[in-house]
Each structure stands twice: as C-alpha cells, then as structure tokens.
Design a protein around this ligand. Sequence first.
Ligand code: GMT
Length: 376
Amino acid sequence: MKYRIGISCYPTVGGSGVVATELGKQLAERGHEVHFITSSVPFRLERMFPNVYYHEVEVNQYAVFQHPPYDLTLASKMAEVIDREQLDILHVHYAVPHAICAILAKQMASYPVKIVTTLHGTDITILGVDRSLQPLIRFGIEASDAVTAVSDDLIRQTHKLVQTTKDITTVYNFIDERQYHPVNSLHLKQEYGILDDEAVFIHISNFRPVKRIGDVISSFEIITSRIKAKLLLIGDGQDLPAAREMIREKNLEDSVLVLGSQKHLAELLSISDIMLLLSEKESFGLVALEAMACGVPVIGTNIGGIPEVIIDGESGYLCKVGDVEAVASRAVELINNRSLHQQFKEAARSRVLEQFHSNSIVAKYEYVYQQVLDRK
Ligand code: GMT
C-alpha cells in the first residue's frame, strides 16, 4: 500500500530532525507521498526529491500575541494540509509540541487522518520531569493513534516519568548507508596537521550540558598523556565557549581541533579511530550509529539507549557517566591493540548493517502506519 504521509519535526540540526527527514526521503523513495509541514525546509532536504512536498509554517508576530504562536500556526497548517492532500498519516516527532498540534489539527480537519508520534528523548527525559508539562505530554501520547520511541529504554522512561501505560513500540533510528560508509579522506589528516602516528578521537554533538563535553576533554587529556593523539570536536552549542576555555586551561590547543558544525561527517569519521559519546542522557545516540557505519568504534556511557546501540567489548565500550579514567584506559587499550581495534571497526559496521539497516527500520514504520490504518 502507498500512503500520503505528513511529517512534522523541528527542521534544524538535531537527531530528531535528521531522523524525521531521512525517514521522509526513504518513504518517498518507496513510493509514498510525503508532505513535510515544518517552519523551514529541513536541513537534510538539501535538494528536490520526487514524491516529497514542503508546506511552510509561517509564524507571524501580531501585537495581540506576547509570543509568536508557532504551535497554533502549525496546528492550523496541519489541518489545512490534512484536508487538501487527504493525508492518511500525520507522523509527528516529539510529543510536545508536535503531537499536541497534530491532535488539535485532527479535530479541525474533516479527513480521517491517523496520528503517529515518535518520541526522541528530549521531549521525555527533559520536558517529562517538568510537572507543569507532564499532563500535556501524557495527553499527547495517549491521544496519538500509535506511538513509537527510539529505544526500549525511552519506553521505560516514558512510562515512568510521564506515568502512562500507553502501548509504545520501539523503532530504532537508522542512517542512510549510502551517505555513511568508510571513505578515503586521508588528505584531511594532512590538511588538519594530524600525524600518521597520532590516534584520532572524535566527538560530535550540539554541545548541550547533557553531552558532558568537559568529560570528553578530561578523558582526552588523560589519553594524550599516554599516547599521541588528536581530538576533533564537531558541532556547536551553548557549552562550546566553556569547552574552548577548558582546552586553553589544559594547554590542549595544539591537540584539540574545534571544527564547528560540519556537513561532510563521513569524511571526518573516516579519519577517526574512536568516537567519544559521554552523555548523561541519550535516548539513542544517532551520532554513534553514524560513526559505527563509517567503521568507527564508540566509547559511550552506559545510560539511556546507548547500550542498545553499542555492544560493550564488541563494537565499542561502555563506561559509567563521569568515569573519565575508565574512558581513557579503554581508549588507550584499544588504540594499542591494532588487531582488536580492527575487529571492533568491523563489528561496528556490521552491527549497523545488520541491526539498524534503513530498509528494515523504514519497513517497521510502514507496518506501524498499516496497523493504525487497519484499525477502524
Ligand atoms: O541529542 C540532542 O540533544 C538532540 C535530540 C533531538 O531531539 O533532536 O536528540 C534526541 O533524538 C535523537 C534522535 O532520535 C537521539 O539519537 C538522541 O539520543 C536524543 N537525545 C537525547 O536523548 C539527549
């Protein structure tokens, strides 16, 4: 069956926006008609794709409103698109605000659309602890026709924090394998002044406090006292100035390359030996999957959904949050054991292709759509 599917997400850089956009692109490739309803063109929608349409949510400021009414404008746009395009499914990413907007839109529209909500983590583990938002999140989840979450751990967290018994299905994240695979980008090493005998560590994030950038730098400080290494920091966010300060204080300016937001991640990952993902909250860790797809083992924290992505001792290592000594020891051990490192690289890539392949993940979403549409 081919469906007409509306997708709403935050279109800016961020895991949930990336997953929503990649899903839309893959659904369109499989013959579905996909309508993005977002405040700007999703950043991964970098060119025209057949079967993909974009409906802009234009938020105007009126003197009567104290704040620009994004949620209301979105709901109204959703209702318009549901009826005009006769959407079978409105797939929203985030319980708040997007599921709430979708529920409102469904009430306004005449066409019998079904709402599928995907929880990504930030909407639950950060907003879900805010008592003033809890009832709203619970309502968004319970009034959706189907709810998916990006890890089993996120389902447990949702049931606990939001106090709902709603049936939620795990649908793991995926990457586009055509984009994330090992590439020959050795020239970058020369351009960045990375020597042949230096191990390359990489961290990619939005530099929010949950990512614990301080732990990444502290682990690297220990690592670089034991082996020759460079650290690539990719991304931008509120903790980047503090990270720069820490790098300066620790005299690591020559070995930490702060590269800011970058587009060609497969090239940067392909020159990296190990990724560090030391977050205190992480419902999945899409960057870990991107790294693994490029053959990069990941040392991550044993929290949230990370243990569902990285198999400890096979495709990377898991350490306690804040245990920078353990992270450094594991990293040095892996770099010093070339054959083990090679084994981890292969295991990381195989894991992505076997457990998180886009074909099987997108098929799971199609199955969720089919189930809600079959349910009258
Ligand atoms: O990690 C972030 O801060 C961005 C955030 C988002 O909402 O875009 O990412 C969340 O969703 C991603 C895609 O499902 C997951 O891979 C991330 O683990 C999750 N972030 C957190 O749970 C902190």
